[in-house]
Design a protein. Structure first.
Length: 141
């Protein structure tokens, strides 16, 4: 596993996923993102790390378009414009919940090291993706 940091784009699989998005036709990008989110949500058995890494990157791309979301990584994130992904917030949140639920290889791999910062990044994405009641400020603590 080529991982160099705890962010959603800080691994080879996520970088490749973003490269695939760049190579896809503009009209196919939303389907690619929703496809990986749905596959992860629908995985009842052991969830492999590569699918999880793609789903985390996809969720981060959705979160980047939400209030309080951070922009995609300028180096490893997609270079081509993405469509409006607001309709995928619920899927992205469900996919992150699945990545954080056993059996999940990625969660196990991070548990073997100091996965605290990685889990904090996932929680931050989940917070951004959750619908906020009108008039409340988003807190990323």
């Amino acid at each position: 596993m080529g991982t160099w940091d705890v962010g959603p784009f800080d691994n080879d699989t996520a970088a490749d996923f973003c490269g695939d998005l760049d190579e896809a036709a503009a009209g196919e990008r939303e389907g690619i993102i929703s496809g990986i989110l749905t596959r992860v949500i629908d995985t009842a058995g052991y969830l492999e790390a590569p699918e999880s890494e793609q789903a985390v990157a996809a969720a981060a791309l959705v979160a980047a378009q939400c209030p309080g979301g951070e922009p995609a990584d300028p180096v490893y994130g997609p270079e081509e414009p993405l469509p409006d992904l607001a309709g995928l917030r619920g899927l992205a949140l469900q996919a992150l919940d699945r990545v954080m639920t056993e059996p999940s290889e990625l969660m196990d791999l991070w548990a073997e090291s100091d996965g605290g910062p990685w889990r904090a990044n996932i929680r931050r994405l989940q917070t951004v993706l959750r619908p906020q009641p009108p008039g409340e400020r988003l807190s990323l603590i």
